[in-house]
Ligand binder design. Structure first.
Ligand code: AMP
Length: 591
């Protein structure tokens, strides 16, 4: 059977994919772009523009451009473009045709068979209109499937297990949440709710207003009133919004954006994630109401959901993760690119129809959360052992994230950046990865001076940690090789299950043994003060194999405690436990 293309015909963006060598893959244009903006236009010379070029002209020539046509699918209307009228099907067909041509170029052959996705709430009319658009584009539409079905297929192509999946899809212009049931390979949408006018575009608008209001206050000029300035600012704030998903703050810089009294005006503004998040929080709260409504309709509690999948570009926003995790008390899955997930799922469906053996999408992810030790609140008490996550587990690699922290007293000269991996709120229960001190801070600075900590984790598991004193720019960097063992998304569940069984069988001892191995492998080079402790641990380790059971157990316990004391940089405790361990080692050596 001919290969079947999978199309995600989105409101903001569209994507085409196919099964290649048993794996779903997005097909890119000559520039390597997988995403095609769902915008169609006619240039002033009459040339048809589809995608980024059309998007670029949308603000300056709206009368020659059509955006978000998906909202009109199924309606008996004509939309004007450069003085002529087109049906929604015709405009959608231009997008599909562009993607079909892209696929032909990428594959070196024409494929006509297609699976196209639509929102779960689409009526029969809307589905039929989508099918017609496909046919107009020269496609043989073998199936129309629901977007949440496609998303769940990509995470579980051959699930024999019965699973209930919640798909939270927040794109550029629309939001929907669906509860999907997979039973013996049959996927059914049990409930779906949403808001067809809520998405990343609203976040852009809110940030645009925030920035333009501040600019107007300072310069007395409203950039929103000048079309070219507005268009530039809209692009600038969207880019800034995207950066804020990974960085704690970012700069919006647009030179010569306007003029006043014959003098040029420039935008140069730093936006903090903490300023941005309150702007969008009310909209995200609305999405949570829809989540509850969908659960109600499906007659389910959040705890009955087996898997939560995030789809749509706007789900990269950290506040989405935070609010949703708090609401559902569940781990969230976003390791497969949220922009590509639906199209990849459509290709999987195509593969299943064509009888192709479809394997999982393999993504490199972080198996553990990586973060640093900070002063904070633990069980209602102030503690210096609080674990502050920076890169959450299951994040696709490579990943870069930054967070801002604060000094704890006036005139603080040094901050320590101690890196841990694990899931516990208390660093003592996580594993130490490495650390360093940022010395020479501005002594004039008061308590609360900002320190930016950035983690960059590459595909080889190399973690680069950078700490910067925000005001002075004082910076220090540490590179940690093998900070994590790479895990591939598919094998992660198996690995987790295997690990859990190992721990069950071996009980506490395995845990202590592991601490010993880590100590031998990874002496904390940044802590020369504790060299003696590492030497004691190494000695103990050599003796453990031959020691009588009781002594070996005691030695393991002390080694574990010493490891924890070193990790917590607790010099007194290190000294105390090291002496006990040395005594035992001395006794055993002589025995
Ligand atoms: P979609 O409709 O799924 O293609 O999503 C497009 C929306 O995702 C647009 O509003 C983008 O600005 C938004 N988006 C893309 N990347 C990010 C990001 N890193 N952080 C926040 N929003 C993003």
């Amino acid at each position: 059977m001919d290969p079947i293309l999978g199309f995600d015909l989105g409101t903001t963006n569209s994507v085409v994919s196919i099964i290649k060598d048993g794996k779903p893959e997005v097909l890119c244009d000559e520039l390597g772009q997988g995403i095609l903006p769902s915008v169609v236009g006619l240039a002033s010379d009459g040339r048809l523009l589809v995608g980024q070029e059309a998007r670029n002209q949308a603000l300056v020539a709206p009368e020659r451009t059509v955006k978000s046509i998906k909202r009109r699918m199924g309606e008996d209307v004509q939309v004007p473009m450069a003085g002529k009228d087109y049906s929604p099907q015709e405009i959608s067909a231009m997008i599909l045709r562009t993607l079909k041509d892209r696929a032909a170029k990428a594959l070196g052959r024409t494929c006509t068979k297609a699976v196209i996705t639509v929102p779960a709430f689409f009526s029969e009319n809307q589905r039929e209109a989508t099918r017609q658009a496909g046919e107009m584009a020269g496609l043989d539409v073998v199936r129309i499937i629901n977007e949440p079905t496609a998303a769940s297929l990509i995470y579980e192509p051959h699930s024999e297990r019965n699973e209930r999946v919640l798909v939270y899809d927040l794109g550029g212009g629309t939001f929907d949440v669906s509860i999907v049931q997979i039973e013996q390979g049959v996927v059914e949408v049990l409930a779906s709710h949403g808001d067809t006018h809520l998405g990343g575009d609203d976040f852009d608008q809110l940030l645009l207003d925030y920035v333009c209001d501040a600019f107007a206050k300072e310069h007395g000029v409203d950039l929103r009133e000048v079309p070219t300035a507005r268009s530039r600012m809209l692009q600038a704030v969207e880019e800034a919004k995207k950066r804020l998903s990974f960085d704690a703050y970012t700069t919006i810089a647009e030179e010569f954006i306007a003029e006043k009294d014959g003098k040029p005006l420039h935008v140069n503004m730093v936006i903090d994630r903490r300023e941005y998040e309150p702007l969008i929080e009310p909209l995200l709260k609305k999405t949570l109401i829809c989540v509850d409504a969908a659960l109600d309709d499906a007659k389910m509690h959040a705890r009955q959901i087996d898997r939560v999948i995030l789809v749509g570009g706007s789900t990269r926003t950290p506040l989405v993760h935070q609010l949703l995790a708090e609401q559902l008390h569940q781990e969230l899955h976003s390791e497969i690119d949220p922009d590509q997930c639906v199209a990849l799922g459509a290709a999987v469906q195509g593969g299943l129809i064509a009888g192709v053996d479809v394997g999982p999408v393999l993504v490199d992810i972080t198996p553990h959360t990586l973060g640093i030790q900070v002063l904070g609140e633990l069980h209602g008490m102030v503690s210096g052992d609080v674990f502050s996550p920076i890169i959450e587990r299951n994040t696709a690699l490579p990943a870069s994230r930054s967070e801002v922290y604060y000094t704890s007293h006036d005139g603080q000269k040094v901050v320590r950046v101690d890196v841990y991996q694990g899931e516990n709120r208390n660093v003592r229960f996580n594993q130490t990865v490495g650390g360093f001190a940022l010395e020479g801070l501005n002594e004039e600075a008061e308590q609360g001076s900002e320190i930016l900590v950035r983690f960059q984790l590459d595909l080889d598991g190399i973690l680069t940690v950078t700490a910067v004193e925000r005001k002075s720019g004082l910076e220090k960097q540490l590179r940690i090789d093998n900070a994590v063992t790479r895990f591939r998304a598919k094998s992660q569940a198996d690995a987790k299950a295997k690990l859990a069984t190992m721990f069950e069988q071996a009980g506490e001892e395995t845990f202590v043994d592991r601490a010993i191995t880590e100590a031998a492998k990874q002496p904390d080079a940044s802590e020369p003060r504790f060299e003696e402790a590492h030497a004691s641990i190494a000695k103990a380790r050599r003796l453990i194999q031959e020691a009588p059971t009781e002594d070996a157990a005691e030695m393991r316990k002390l080694v574990g405690e010493l490891q924890e004391a070193v990790a917590a940089a607790d010099a007194d405790r290190v000294e105390q436990v090291r002496e006990q361990l040395d005594d035992l080692v001395f006794y055993l050596q002589d025995a």
